[in-house]
Each structure stands twice: as C-alpha cells, then as structure tokens.
Write a protein that binds this ligand. Structure first.
Ligand code: XMP
Length: 509
C-alpha cells in the first residue's frame, strides 16, 4: 500500500529522521525513511516527489562521516537538507563547511531576506544543534539567512531545486519550522497534500482485498491499539472472512476481556473466539519466580493456546499482525532487534504456517490511533496505554497467583482511573501498579498491619525506548494512595517509582 507520491527522508542519524518523516506526513505527504547509503539508481527507481536529508550526529569532516551518492543531486528531484544534510549539500557541491570553534546549541535568532523558502523577511527563533558552520555557498546558490554563529543558515538554489537550512525546522521550538517545510513540499517541490488517514484506509482496504482474495484470515487480538486497528482495517476489507482470536491469559487488566469481547463481537460485528486460558497459565506459573523464566513460560503457552484455537479455523491461510513502521525501521539494525527480542512475549513467531497481512506497516503510532478513530473504535481502545504481552504477570514480583492478580487488578484500576480523572491520560505514556512480594508494618484503625505494598509507576515517553517518571501532582498521588489502601485488601503502603529509563526499565520484570 505505497501511495503514488512519496518523499524519501534520507537518514543520517536515527533520532532525527523519524521526526522529520512524521512532520512531512503531518503536511499530508507520504514519506519513507531510507538509509544514507542508498544509491542514485535506487532513488531514481522509487521516483520520489522530493528528498529530505536529515540531520545527523557527526561532523562532515570526521573520517567515516556518512555521505550521499553525489549523483542524487543530478536526478532533478527537489532536495531539502536539514542541519547535517544542509552541510553535506554545501560540502559536496563545492561550498565550504568549517569548524570555527563556535557551535550553536538551542535557541538562536535567524535574520533573513525574502525568499521562496523563507517567505517574507523577518527575524524568527530557530532551534540549532551544530558544531560546524557553512561559510560559503556552492556556485548557483544564494545565502538567504544567518544567525550569530551560522553565517549561512539558509542556502537556496531554485535553478538546481536544492534548498538547505542549518537549523531544525522539524522541532516544536523552531517558530516557523512547519511553514518552511510546507513551502518546500507544497510550493517548491509541488507535492500534493493528498495523504490523509481517509486515503490510507481506502488504499489499505483495496490492498488487503487484493492480497487475501477469497481466503480466510485470523488475527490475534491483545486488547492493545495496534492489533485492534489492524483487525478493524482487515474487517473493513474482507468482513466475515476474518476471525479474531483473543487469548485471555487471566493476567489482563480489570474489565479488559469484557471490553474486548464487547467492542469486537457486539459493536464491530467481528467473529471472535474468546479463549479463557487463565487456569492453564496459573498452573504453569506455579512456583515460577525468575522474571525471564516467567516470560518464557507465558510466551510459550500463549503460542500453544493460539495455535490450538486457530487450528479450528481450518482453511485460514493469512495471519493479521499489527506491525508498525517504527518496528520495520528498527528491525533493520541488529542491535535494535536484540533490545526488542524479549518484547515478543505475547506475540506470535514469524514461522507459523500463515502468510502475513500487516496493514499498519507504514504507519506511526499516532497515525494508527487516527485510523482507529475513523474506523469507529472507541477511545478506550484507541487511546489505551501499552500493555506488555505477559500482562500483569510481569508486574507481580515473585510467584503469580489468581489472588495476587485480583489484588493488582484492583490497584491498577484505581491508578488508571485517577490518571484519567485528572485529565492526564494522553500525556502519560503508561501508568500502572506493581505488586511487590515484600511486607511492611503499618497501622490501620488501632490495629497493627503487616501487608504488601503497591508501587505506582507512571512514565512519559515517545517510543518506550527511553522514558522519564511522570511528575504527577501530589493531590493525584494522594488520592491514589488513599484509595488503594482503603479499597484493596492486603495492601497497607503505596510507593511511587521515580526511576527514569535508563537506568530502569518501564516494567519491573
Ligand atoms: P521495558 O520494560 O523494556 O518496556 O522498558 C518497554 C515497553 O515495552 C512493553 N513491554 C512489552 N510489550 N510484550 C509486549 O508486547 C512484552 O513482553 C513486553 N515487555 C515490555 C512495556 O509495557 C513498555 O511499553
């Protein structure tokens, strides 16, 4: 499902490229990230409407610094370079990039002339992060703006259809960053702003129909947003040819299973097999306390239960998976794939006998949410916080028992309810409770207590690779604490986890 018009974002350093690709899409132009090693022939074969060169962490002068196949500049495709990308344009086409010992980091004032890229001249605040500076533009280019430490902050060549900015238009701190990107994409490169979530749904539906034909597909629902939206899209395409399988491990959040069944079976009218496998999971987990062994036990049984359930759908040939674009980008590098390997728990291995249908492969998480809303999925599913495959099992330190799951479900529901009630639901990445297997002394009424604590964890994050503990208001923490101790039997103390990731992880196991 690749739209006809694509902008290629050339990646010179991962953290910048994804944000640029998202910004291009926010301007309704489809974008894809490609490695900087891409050849001019490969670029030409993709017939891109434009190319954006991302920033990067290196100096163009460092040995082994990433470069671009210079023949790409001659393909007659409009090019926009950002930070490192702009320096590379200057260096490769005959200008000068120097280290004048005065880098610029953070806020800076840009002063420029009227120009096709900048619009009408005025000074504006831009966000900088560079050590080297462009000091001379290549032949055929004009220098249209500068900052105190960047004599050439913007370079433009209408003749060559190449533009570059030393600053970062993609970050929110740059005042008119989106205006500059818009001018490049819509006005200078002539891209049509036709890529909307409505067009994504239409194109996906066509692509799924073409792939599956009259065949049967199954989809493992986890309750999370990705599998839910993938199922919704496939259902929109092939209706009753899709069957969903929901494996209830007994370690789901409070009310989650009912909600999944209600949403998919009743409202979306999707055929759903609900496998209640809690007893089997608890039996296997008896005596298991080591986190890795716990994950392995849950993961293996999950696959077995799914296979048993899907085996009943004899002619199923296709398996729907909610793979997202960041997963596709990450799996391109060995190290990222390794970090993620333990996250496959609760997912399905690739070597099942099915052909894969992955309708979200080109989408970012926020785009998946929008598609979900447009498909009519409720906010509770579309905006649900991520939940690990092994469920509450990795939030119970020590052995997992039905009794402990019950306690944790109650405490967790209170944490999430208070977060939502305070209107913090969408700015917090994940908020949940952890049940520790230690006991402490307390006093309730006139009685001494000796019970377990609940640890509250709430983090902010963009992608779960790094995270910070959320600065929750004290009154929200106070309400959580009071309610958990009063309403959950067996808990006499509440602690708040103030560890970022790294060094901690988001989950406790
Ligand atoms: P950590 O704890 O590694 O978690 O900081 C990062 C993100 O991944 C989620 N997570 C999982 N998701 N299966 C999943 O589908 C898993 O086994 C798993 N383990 C952790 C976690 O909730 C967080 O969002």
């Amino acid at each position: 499902m690749t739209p006809t018009q694509v902008v290629l974002v050339v990646d010179f350093g991962a953290q910048y490229a994804q944000l640029i690709a998202r910004r291009v899409r926010e301007l309704n132009v489809y974008s894809e990230i490609v490695p900087h090693t891409i050849s001019a022939a490969d670029v030409a074969a993709r017939k891109p409407a434009a190319i954006v060169l991302s920033g990067g962490p290196k100096s163009v002068h460092v040995e082994g610094a990433p470069t671009l196949d210079p023949a790409i500049y001659d393909l007659d495709v409009p090019i926009f370079g950002i930070c490192y990308g702009a320096q590379l344009i200057a260096q490769q086409l005959g200008g000068h990039v120097e280290n004048n010992g005065q880098g610029e980091y953070g806020r800076s004032e840009l002063t420029g002339h009227d120009s096709p890229l900048l619009g009408s001249a005025h000074s504006q605040t831009v966000w900088m992060s560079h050590f080297d500076a462009i000091t001379k533009v290549p032949e055929g280019f004009v220098n249209t703006a500068s900052t105190p430490n960047a004599p050439v902050a913007v370079l433009e060549s209408e003749g060559r259809k190449i533009w570059g900015v030393q600053y970062h238009p993609e970050v929110g701190h740059t005042d008119e960053g989106m205006d500059v990107l818009r001018r490049f994409l819509h006005d200078l490169a002539g891209c049509k702003p036709s890529w909307t979530m409505g067009s994504v749904i239409d194109a996906s539906v066509d692509a799924i129909r073409a792939q599956v034909g009259p065949g049967r597909a199954i989809c493992g629902l986890s309750g999370g947003v990705d599998s839910a939206v993938a199922a919704g899209l496939v259902h929109a395409a092939i209706g009753s040819q899709l069957t969903c399988v929901y494996v209830d491990t007994g370690m789901m959040r409070k009310g989650e299973s009912d909600q999944v069944v209600e949403t998919f079976r009743k409202h979306q009218k999707i055929e759903l097999i609900h496998v209640r496998a809690g007893d089997r999971f608890f039996e296997r987990l008896a005596g298991v306390v080591d986190p890795e062994e716990k994950r392995k036990t849950i993961g293996e049984l999950f696959i077995r239960v799914f296979e048993e359930a899907s085996g009943g759908i004899e002619d199923a040939e296709f398996l729907v998976q909610g793979t997202l674009y960041p997963d596709v980008i990450e799996s391109g590098t060995g190290s990222a794939a390794k970090i993620k390997s333990h996250h496959n728990v609760g997912g399905l291995p690739d070597d099942l006998k099915f052909k894969l249908v992955e309708p979200l492969r080109s989408l970012f998480k926020d785009e998946v949410r929008e598609v979900g809303s447009q498909l009519g999925l409720p906010d509770e599913i579309v905006w649900r916080h991520p939940f690990p495959g092994p469920g509450l099992g990795v939030r119970i330190i020590g052995e997992v028992t039905p009794h402990k799951v019950g306690m944790l479900q109650e405490a967790d529901a209170i944490v999430r309810h208070e977060i939502a009630d305070a209107g913090l639901d969408r700015e917090i990445w994940q908020a949940f409770a952890v049940l520790a297997d230690i006991k402490s002394v307390g006093v309730m009424g006139d009685e001494r207590t000796y019970e377990n604590p609940i640890i509250v964890r709430a983090v902010t994050s963009d992608d779960a690779m790094t995270a910070d503990w959320a600065r929750l208001p004290y009154d929200v923490l106070e309400r959580m604490s009071n309610r958990i101790i009063n309403e959950v039997d067996g808990i006499n103390r509440v602690a708040y986890d103030i560890t970022s990731k790294p060094p901690g992880t988001i989950e406790w196991e």
